[in-house]
Design a protein. Sequence first.
Length: 588
Amino acid sequence: MSAPPALPPLGARPAAHGFDVHVWAPRPAAVAVVLEGTGERVDAERGTRGRWHARLPGAGHGDRYRLELDGDLHPDPWSRWQPEGIEGPSALVDPEAIGAVEPGPAGRPAACPAGGGGDVLYELHVGTFSEPGTFAGVVPHLDALVDLGVTVVELMPVNQFPGERGWGYDGIFWSAAQHSYGGPAELVRLVDAAHERGLAIVVDVVFNHLGPTGDTLLSAFGPFFTDRHRTPWGPAINLDGPGSDAVRDTILQAAAWWVRDVGADGLRVDACHALVDQRPRHVLAELTDHVHAVRPGVRLVAESGLNDPGVVRAEHAGGWGFDADWADDFHHALRTLLTDDRRGWLVDFGEVAHLAKAFDRPLVHDGTWSGYRDRTFGAPASDVDPARFVVFSQNHDQVGNRPRGDRLPRAARPLAALCTLFSPSTPMLFMGEEHGEDAPFQFFTDHLDPFIADATRDGRRAEFAGLADGGEVPDPQARSTFEASRLTRRVDPDLADLYARLVALRPRIGSPTTATEFDEVGRWLRVERGDWRLVANFGTEPASVPCPSGDVAVATDDAPRWTLTPGGDPALLLAPRSGAVVHGGDGS
């Protein structure tokens, strides 16, 4: 039996006569497009497999419209622009009108390769990164990122979410750029500005669920959700049940839009483990194949939560074909040593051995027992290049999902930077950490439905009951919570200098981890990468860390000095919670 013929893409697309609109709505008896302003109503013709088609002669970019299903008006789920937010009309988008061009040598670079030290990623939230809180507001700060040595800017989700402010993980429209950030045209300008400076842009996309308001919208059109599987956010996206072809098409179209038309150089795919798919070919394998074909050279990064190296293995080897995977274990191993915090998901960590293992491959749980999960967890990744894992000491999850969104304590920041930027994995910085930002990154929302707003507020407080150390969990709906999370841009000059020196050092190191040595009692660690060595003291007392003598290239403070172990071997005397990078010498 031959495969069914390919169907036109869903949503509104420019055509010679104006615009064509294709809708998947197997349930309604009648579908129409209603143009705002004129009130013109254009009936759609029913096609096959639940599809409808309407022609809009003379319609142009920016014209606003709604879709009518059996007399009820809705915005277009495949919208690329919601100028008035989630409850307003959709707007027609002509890619040429927003400045989109075919990416590649004749337009945008197909990729922005890093130097010999590999990539340095930088995660930012558009709404709190600058005073305007817009795509345009990011642009003036790009030069500073280039000067630091950042090669890839990763934007937290920018697809349309409820209200004016939010993290973006409760988005409703998978292809529409957030209106309060400036919409699609301003996003294209930000991508262009990044490319002019040699920076790549990665967009965080969330296909595993929608914000609660979106459940009602999408369900009016068809079975976007299924009760056959569950996720932490409720019913799962329908990837393998009746009607799932159109849902999968919607995801693939959205992914292609961001990299082909908007010009992003890659995608970070959120919570891949929540995309439950029992078809023979997993939707994520289909997604990576599709996006790499649409635009070769893009970077696809998974947040899998599985500790499964299959995420980055090729599809023919049973994997999903991602280029990289987030590795939370490195953060957990590092933070517990720096702060002694072992609550919640950190309960499995706290030994120096965990961080030593993470410097080789950052999946500490690679088939080992996890008390937090009460089962063995993960799989070995010895065949995967460490650079294909993204590591960090801060990110939106690990800061924002603390009760009050507090960052690492000041005293812990230099050693955190030293370890993260010495790692052979790909490091990612979270906005502001490079200059010692003290503003928290708290969880904030702007839900328009009072019931959902109250449920979000109550749920947040219940989630962190007993973990807020006696303080009050900030109200996610309060504007003050959002404003408190805006970068102050106050700079710790010593820490900023340390970050700059460490980023500049990475291209000189190159080698993977070749040896590690540690002492649980003494709380010290030594990691060797060729003739470069990291020595770190995680204890609360000074420690002499055995280390072949050499030149101290970078140190977190002015105190390290050479001494001898009781056996007469060279050692570096380190202050509490401090470290250094040593080059050459007897071990080279």
